[in-house]
Design a protein around this ligand. Structure first.
Ligand code: FAD
Length: 489
């Protein structure tokens, strides 16, 4: 292999330039370029190559605005071209503007700091040095927007989501995120300055999170790349995608580990399907599926049902008549920052909060099911489900202990809503700082003051919950009107 292939290869995100390609590539290019002229025998260049590769990988998503190249001046057929570019030392870093009409040797970066983060920021500065005439065609605007531009977007109906990053003038985060996300369709990121007071006041009330998963890849140069946006969601909403994904997982994965259902398990399953069929405020196709499943279960005089039969019904028979439950996992409000965090258990909590609220707001919903007189119907069903089926046995044990201790005191559907909230907070308190905590979603006592200011009070300098307000908040938050059918990536 040639020396070039030893330092950089096609597998790296860098573009390998040669005497045959460099001029035509840089001339009138639709993007700007940052090129490292190096020599494969130079010790510095060799040591620096992992950083350069990491940088190129890091800014891969910026490639329609600016690209990263390398040219090996130690290769015989590149001698002349390196002379033409006036390269005397290795490595030499040169910027080339987009849409340059004539041959240009570029501008040298002479700074001593070549850390990945520094170079990323230099690339941003370099892009901003373009004028409207030579601005890279696909590069989104990097200048801050004024509140007059942004305020009209709030509440406006559009196919496009706009994410606004409000930050200090000297911060690079906004511009880097704009570039990181320029390839995502349906989403535009705009930058605004925190000095725009009218804007910050307005946005605080909207409580939107942009949530990024960060690449954990190479740490060379202290990479903090933001890759890719997972989704945008509001903490003040509940998402149908989470509820349906939870049901999908529960029916097709968790329960499917049981070959047959009989005795206590079968009873638990029937109660579960009853409660969900009657109370789930979901799409017609899903509710119909649950109702049909319920009718089928009730009509069967069997003591023992093979789970395959249930799956067959859910997966095949019902689909034919347009009743179906999505068979994909799509976590939105329950998305974790990495696999193994949040997801299903989050959706299960959410589902049961929604169901307790439905039971409290629609007193007749459970009529003729045998559960109508029981204010604890949802909680007892949840308790049995958790003990019999929930994959995390330790969780089941803890939940059972809490239920034994305090479930008998629940006397009304409203108390049931509050009981589940209180127990969930108890679990949050126990799990704070443990391994099941997603660092991006710390376990706190919920709802936080920004979600529900009136839920929090102080008595003699001590924090207390205003439970009437909490109940109102829970009914609103987990109410059917607050469940968003939409989500986006
Ligand atoms: P979750 O706790 O799953 O909460 C989901 C969402 O509910 C939050 O994002 C928030 O919007 C909302 N929320 C938070 N608190 C409340 C509240 N008090 N009332 C109403 N809504 C709220 N994991 C363990 O490691 N050990 C255990 O013993 C354990 N026991 C569990 C018992 C049950 C019954 C369940 C369903 C799960 C249990 N888990 C346990 C999993 C754990 O509680 C979390 O579900 C999981 O760690 C994911 O956490 P999360 O950050 O998504 O938030």
């Amino acid at each position: 292999p040639s020396l070039t292939t030893r330092l950089y290869s096609e597998e790296d995100s860098v573009v390998i330039l040669t005497s045959a390609t460099v001029k035509q590539t840089l001339l009138n290019s639709s993007t700007a370029w940052l090129v490292q002229f190096y020599s494969s025998w130079c010790g510095h260049c060799i040591q620096y190559s992992p950083t350069w590769k990491a940088l190129a990988g890091d800014v891969k998503d910026w490639e329609h605005a600016i690209r990263i190249g390398v040219l090996d001046c130690a290769q015989e057929n590149n001698f002349d071209i390196c002379k033409e570019f006036g390269i005397h030392f290795y490595p030499t870093f040169r910027y080339f503007k987009a849409r340059g009409p004539t041959f240009d040797v570029g501008k040298t970066y002479r700074g001593a700091d070549r850390e990945l983060q520094t170079v990323r920021q230099l690339m941003v500065n370099f892009l901003q040095n373009h004028t409207t005439q030579d601005w890279p065609v696909s590069c989104p605007p990097l200048e801050p927007y004024s509140s007059a531009d942004i305020l009209p977007l709030i509440g406006q109906k559009s196919n496009q989501y706009t994410a606004v990053i409000v930050e200090n003038e000297d911060s690079y985060v906004g511009r880097e995120v704009i570039l990181d996300l320029m390839m995502y369709q349906g989403l535009t990121v705009k930058r605004a300055l925190s000095s725009e007071k009218s804007l910050t006041e307005k946005l605080v009330g909207n409580l939107y999170y942009i949530y990024f998963s960060r690449s954990s890849g190479s740490n060379v140069g202290g990479s903090t790349n933001v890759l890719p946006v997972s989704l945008i969601f509001s903490r003040s909403k509940v998402y149908m995608a989470d509820l349906e994904s939870g049901l999908h997982y529960l029916l097709r994965v968790e329960l499917a580990t049981h070959q047959t259902l009989e005795g206590e398990e079968l009873k638990t399953f029937k109660d579960f399907v009853t409660v969900v069929a009657k109370l789930f405020p979901g799409r017609q196709s899903v509710v119909k599926l649950l109702e049909t499943l319920l009718e089928w279960l009730v009509s069967l005089p069997l003591e023992k049902i093979p789970f395959d039969a249930i799956l067959d019904l859910v997966n095949n028979k019902m689909r034919i008549s347009g009743m179906f439950l999505s068979d994909q996992l799509q976590w939105v409000g329950c998305q974790g920052s990495r696999v193994g965090l949040r997801g299903y258990p989050c959706s299960l909590w959410t589902l049961f909060h929604v169901l307790t609220v439905q039971a409290a707001s629609r007193p007749d919903a459970l009529a003729n099911t045998g559960l109508e007189e029981n204010p604890k119907a949802v909680l007892q069903t949840m308790r049995k489900y958790i003990v019999n089926f929930f994959g995390c046995q330790e969780c089941g044990k803890h939940f059972e202990e809490m239920a034994v201790a305090s479930l008998p005191q629940v006397k009304s559907v409203d108390q049931a809503v509050l009981w589940l909230w209180r127990k969930h907070n108890q679990v949050n308190g126990r799990l704070a700082g443990t391994m099941s905590e997603d660092p991006h979603f710390p376990k706190t006592q919920w709802p936080s003051p920004d979600l529900c200011p009136t839920c929090h009070e102080e008595q003699d300098g001590i924090h207390v919950w205003n439970e009437d307000k909490v109940l109102m908040f829970l009914k609103q938050h987990y109410g059917a009107a607050n469940i968003s059918p939409k989500h986006m990536y």
